[in-house]
Design a protein around this ligand. Structure first.
Ligand SMILES: CC(=O)SCCNC(=O)CCNC(=O)[C@H](O)C(C)(C)COP(=O)(O)OP(=O)(O)OC[C@H]1O[C@@H](n2cnc3c(N)ncnc32)[C@H](O)[C@@H]1OP(=O)(O)O
Ligand SMILES: O=C([O-])CC(=O)C(=O)O
Length: 383
């Protein structure tokens, strides 16, 4: 087989249909179940978007009330999950904690062993409700530096995003911050056959269970070429140096120099580039607007300087545009999340898209098993 016939990384290969989202690099747009993601971010809550991804339609008021009550009832940290987390070293990555928690929740789910559409929907909704407590508690226990702590109990009077921030920081968040966080959750929720979703679909295609597929997807998301890039962006900012006393222009100039050096050394700079979008990520303008609001809210213009300087230098040198992880990283930093918690935030959101794809794959399954071209040693025999 000619080398050009081999689609390394499956680049450009269409492997199946999906009705969940449409990524269109030509028009630079992203639709969830037909709705532009920007409209959803402006007009809907993350709970409504999660419902849309699973059910194909936005909820009526009654459906939302019922779904919201279910989500609120499932928010507390599972006692066994807490015990398991407490045994895990804080030197490990929080994504390891997420992955382990998803696995434990699967093993303990009352419907474990049942992969009917009804059971899968119930499992998806339960995971969606449960994951914020895992992420929030893990950040808090790391900050407690080994001293035993109790999770912050969830609050029924708060929506998903406000409660997530409450459980993480133990303080009631202001509306502006809640809105920016909710926008990030909506934008991160779904993106067709990305690496982690495809992983979930491969696992599902063997008729394995939903939690196994989500656990595998978390592993795929962890890498810096995928979800791990939102953390890597903050490491870049840290490497350049965040100087709160600096003006926007001074910070931009230092960032530009840093990027020019990095590119001269042929480094890959995380937060830039995309397999599908070649003229910019459809979600970036909306996330950048949320970042701008947070920069104004917290009074941190120097971060905008670093952001602009890197973006400009990359554009001038290689015309490569930022992806969603680029504005999301500094947004989470401003909100007070520790850098290793950024990708777990992505997990909490993407659970919706992954599980929608798991259900879609189950409904129209075919074992995913591509071919390979052998290029090892010729046939040989033992003496
Ligand atoms: C939510 C998400 O998961 S979005 C993706 C998050 N990932 C990142 O931000 C990681 C950084 N980006 C990258 O590594 C890449 O852009 C990917 C993996 C996302 C997509 O890559 P691909 O489509 O496979 O393109 P590929 O990696 O082959 O890049 C094509 C060219 O652009 C360059 N390039 C692409 N991205 C970058 C980058 N971030 N920094 C520097 N150069 C880059 C490559 O070096 C390559 O150059 P060359 O042709 O001179 O060798
Ligand atoms: O689509 C991709 O390859 C990566 C991405 O942006 C996402 O998963 O949100």
């Amino acid at each position: 087989m000619a080398a050009e016939e081999i689609k390394k990384g499956l680049a450009g290969v269409v492997v199946d249909y999906t009705a969940i989202s449409k990524v269109n690099p030509e028009t630079n747009s992203l639709l969830y179940r037909g709705y532009p993601v920007q409209e959803l971010a402006a007009k809907c809550s993350f709970e409504e978007v999660a419902y849309l991804l699973w059910h194909g339609e936005l909820p009526t008021q009654d459906q939302l009330t019922e779904f919201s009550a279910r989500e609120r009832a499932g928010r507390a940290l599972d006692a066994v999950v807490k015990q398991v987390i407490d045994t895990l070293p804080t030197t490990g990555h929080p994504m390891d904690v997420c992955r382990t928690a998803a696995s434990v929740l699967g093993a303990r789910h009352p419907l474990a062993g049942d992969s009917s559409p009804e059971a899968n929907l119930a499992k998806a909704k339960d995971l969606f409700a449960a994951m914020p407590a895992v992420v929030a508690y893990d950040q808090r226990r790391r900050r407690a530096a080994g001293h035993p702590i109790e999770p912050v109990e969830p609050r029924d009077d708060l929506g998903y995003s406000a409660n997530f921030l409450w459980m993480t920081f133990g303080e009631e968040p202001v509306d502006e911050v809640v809105e920016a966080f909710d926008v990030s959750m909506i934008l991160y929720a779904e993106h067709s056959f990305n690496a982690s979703t495809f992983t979930a679909r491969v696992i599902t295609s063997t008729l394995s269970d939903l939690h196994s597929a989500v656990t595998g997807a978390i592993g795929a998301l962890k890498g810096p070429l995928h979800g791990g890039a939102n953390e890597a962006v903050m490491h870049t900012f840290d490497q350049i140096g965040i100087r709160t006393e600096e003006s926007l222009e001074e910070a931009a100039a230092r960032a530009k120099t840093w990027m020019e050096d990095a590119l001269a050394q042929k480094k890959k700079v995380m937060g830039f580039g995309h397999r599908v979008y070649k003229h910019g990520d459809s979600r970036v303008p909306t996330m950048k607007a949320a970042l701008d609001k947070m920069i104004a809210h917290y009074g941190r213009p120097e971060l905008l300087g670093l952001y602009n300087g890197l973006e400009q230098a990359m554009d001038e040198a290689k015309a490569i545009k930022p992806n969603l992880d680029y504005p999301a990283g500094p947004t989470y930093h401003l909100m007070g999340f520790d850098t290793p918690t950024f990708t777990p935030l992505f997990v909490a959101s993407r659970i919706t898209g992954w599980t929608a794809h798991i259900m879609e794959q189950t409904a129209s399954n075919s074992l995913i098993r591509p071919l390979s071209e052998y290029n090892g040693v010729d046939e040989r025999h033992l003496p």
